[in-house]
Design a protein around this ligand. Structure first.
Ligand SMILES: Cc1cc2nc3c(=O)[nH]c(=O)nc-3n(C[C@H](O)[C@H](O)[C@H](O)COP(=O)(O)OP(=O)(O)OC[C@H]3O[C@@H](n4cnc5c(N)ncnc54)[C@H](O)[C@@H]3O)c2cc1C
Length: 200
């Protein structure tokens, strides 16, 4: 099977869907390919920083976002071994967008999709797993994807890899990968309130 689009975005996570929305708003025919069958996914973080809130304000989307289930966070405290260290005061950090937003990623993605699907030039295809890029004369001109289990060639003027850290687009293109080594690791997890109380 073959398909044509102007811009093909691989990955319907926050980056892919947001870019798709902005391109669609600008009249560009855009197809987002998402390997999962829905927006439900493993925990991927739930806090949008004030700079994201500022972006929402700039795009006049803040009120639309507020219709979806969320919590506003005005500050955050840092504790170590039951000792208070400091607090992050978002109002001081960014007076024009003085809070962060806690929102489930599935809810954020639904919000972005609800906005994007108003544009007839926007298309999101679930269950579309990209397996490789298509090359012609040393250029990437599309991707091969298993769409509902059927191999499909999607031709596009531009392919964007927004398929996360294990990106297939990156792996099957000729990009080199630079890893910046840090001298620390970050462990991120979600603990239920009950469990947290038990361990205090
Ligand atoms: C435990 C954890 C906590 C985090 N907490 C936060 C937080 O609080 N705030 C924050 O801003 N960020 C947080 N992050 C980072 C967060 O994951 C990113 O901000 C966000 O998910 C990145 O979005 P993305 O669209 O770039 O990539 P992803 O969310 O990884 O989306 C990539 C998408 O591509 C799809 N995909 C992958 N391969 C293919 C393929 N071959 N074909 C088609 N589709 C494909 C995936 O299914 C996925 O939907 C956290 C990450 C983790 C792991």
């Amino acid at each position: 099977m073959n398909k044509e689009t102007e811009i093909c975005i691989v990955g319907g996570g926050p980056s892919g869907l947001f870019l798709g929305l902005l391109l669609a708003k600008n009249g560009i025919r855009v197809t987002v390919l998402e390997s999962q069958t829905s927006f439900n996914r493993k925990f991927r973080g739930e806090v949008l920083q004030p700079r994201f809130v500022r972006l929402m304000k700039e795009l006049n989307l803040e009120q639309r976002l507020e219709k979806y289930e969320h919590i506003k966070l005005f500050n955050a405290e840092i504790w170590n071994n039951k000792k208070y260290i400091t607090q992050i005061d978002y109002e001081k950090e960014m007076p024009e967008a003085p809070y962060a937003i806690k929102i489930k990623q599935s809810v954020l993605l639904t919000f972005l999709y609800d906005l994007a699907k108003d544009f007839s030039n926007f298309e999101l295809i679930f269950n579309a797993k990209v397996t490789s890029t298509i090359k012609s004369a040393n250029r990437t001109v599309g991707v091969n994807a298993l769409v509902d289990g059927q191999m499909t060639a999607i031709h596009a003027s531009l392919v964007v890899g927004a398929d996360g850290r294990m990106s297939t687009v990156r792996k099957t293109s000729d990009f080199s990968f630079k890893y910046k080594k840090e001298d620390f690791d970050l462990i991120w997890c979600k603990i239920s309130t009950n469990e947290f109380k038990l361990n205090q």
